[in-house]
Design a protein around this ligand. Sequence first.
Ligand SMILES: Nc1ncnc2c1ncn2[C@@H]1O[C@H](COP(=O)(O)OP(=O)(O)OP(=O)(O)O)[C@@H](O)[C@H]1O
Ligand SMILES: [Mg+2]
Length: 267
Amino acid sequence: MDDGNAGSTKVLAVCGKGGVGKTSISALIIQLLLNERAGKILAIDADPATGLATALGIQPRKTVNDIRNDLIGRVESGAGGDRRGMIEHLDYEVMTALEERGNLAFLAIGRPEKEGCYCQVNDFLKEIIESAARNFSYVVIDGEAGIEQVNRRVMERVTHLILVSDASARGINVAHTIRSVADSAVLYNTVGIILNRIKDRTEIEAVRMPDDIPFLGWVPESDAIRTCDISGGSILDLKDDSALIAVKSCIERLDENAHRDPAYTGL
Ligand SMILES: Nc1ncnc2c1ncn2[C@@H]1O[C@H](COP(=O)(O)OP(=O)(O)OP(=O)(O)O)[C@@H](O)[C@H]1O
Ligand SMILES: [Mg+2]
């Protein structure tokens, strides 16, 4: 891993079927990057249920959708101002919504409440998030199930698409589908799959692996994660846990796979 610099931000999006461990794996990746002193890290919680905030022990005061809905309300009441004023307002609001803890900053996207096409506001917000992201070495996005929500609500494209599945055929099928959607819209540079909550090596041998997604490795069922979940504690406090060690080697493998991609600049 390099220490990064402006213009070479690595954007990791963690996607997969509901409940397979996206949030836990995202939090473990963030902890690894913090431990490696990999520069400044932006964690983005793109799940409306804001599970990543809990896993990181952060309570966001404001989400991007609060900002969006507030602006839409102002526009609808005729108080939106001109385009430049709107962008400046949104930019300021997003900066104040960032929760900072040392090298870690956190941004929650939240749940869109106002339906309808507010495409211009959405596009402004994406541009603002993208430009804020350039100040970080790494961005880790805890996605909803698919990457299209990330693409619609957070960023146009990511550098690393990390698919997470459990050992189930359904979980792996969802990973396949996410990859196909991401491929057709060219939404990432490099991809890999992590299998989570695996009991032991024999279980892995029984899994029908996708042959077209590089396998990054498997993460064991971890008592420490379960305990953390029960107590509501932060995954950032886990030390030397088997899941943390496993995620480290998965992330290192993401690099190996990526060398074949000419567009890739290294993790
Ligand atoms: N390796 C693991 N060992 C033990 N428990 C785990 C592991 N990974 C995840 N879990 C537990 O499984 C549950 C689901 O994990 P998590 O919330 O990370 O999944 P998710 O994919 O983010 O879910 P959602 O789709 O609802 O956002 C949680 O209770 C979590 O603590
Ligand atoms: Mg989650």
